[in-house]
Design a protein around this ligand. Sequence first.
Ligand code: 5GP
Ligand code: MN
Length: 347
Amino acid sequence: MLQDLIPKKQVARVLELLMRSKKVAIVCHMTPDGDALGSSLCLWHLLRAVGKTATVVTPDCAPSNLMFLPGADSVVAASCHQERARYLFNGADLIFCLDFNDLKRIDRAAALVGGSNAPIVVIDHHLNPSIDAEVLISHPEKSSTSALVYHLICQLGLEEYVTRESAECCCMGMMTDTGNFSYNSNDPDLYVILSRIVAKGVDKDALYAKLFNTNSLSRLRIMGYSQYAKMEVMPDHHCAVITLSREELDMFGYRKGDTESLVNVPLSIPGVVYSIYLREDAADYVKVSMRSKGDFSVKSLCETYFGGGGHLNAAGGEFAGSLSDALDTVLRIIPQCDGLVAQASDK
Ligand code: 5GP
Ligand code: MN
């Protein structure tokens, strides 16, 4: 049995909003990952199956390795199709915000969502949601937004409308946010959902092969180079840092998504509690990614120093400046974390 996770009042309100809506817009966070795109497309397929007109809008383009998902070619990227995105949000009578907790996470699309009169339903698993929503379904204890969407579909009594395509999108989100059920994955509900999804005809093994066992040549080379030449492990600080400059990324023909999961790699070294990856996206802009094990919060680090956020063990942020300045900042912060790392390890 799948537990009734979402309060009945919220489910009833979503049902009411759905009944009277005709055009639905679904938006997820920028640089969409498997859960953002998977949860959005899962809901999109479902809404189409019950006769709604729905569109998924992403703030920017999805990485090419996720484009195999059924429905991905119907997604509108606001960065390329600004006017179409504006038209969709203006015309929508219901907006779903999936897998983000703050309108800052959808970049310039925030103004379009803010400018619409449509009620907003948020479904998310990040801490401290700050979106002003008609219905806020926020469950940071859950490992993926995709699983939350499935809970909602079941509680709405619409599970029979879940097609194989919809189920496949949900499965992808659950798999990517748990590293194929290898972390944040001790929740029995996950496996109840998974069994129902597989029963819908999803080939989970084929999905695994596409997601975790498919690499471009540029990705393999850049992953090897980063681990061989660019990974600095600081055993005394229980930390590892990887930096990649624009020049290095270009040298390998870097494409969006090519360094996905690189930041996780150093955590496999016993004694490394947290890992930091700095990627120079432009001369004055560095993307920051962090991962940790146990109770040490990289979310706090990203919030405090890099205007970002995320989860306890997986977070990100930004640095406005050069890569060497970003690295200097990180090297200044690391010794200051020694106490917190020791505290977290003692628990
Ligand atoms: P990643 O390291 O894979 O880019 O992101 C890991 C987690 O941190 C994701 O859950 C994502 O939502 C969050 N995150 C990444 N970058 C940012 C950011 O710039 N701002 C905030 N608030 N969260 C971020
Ligand atoms: Mn997610």
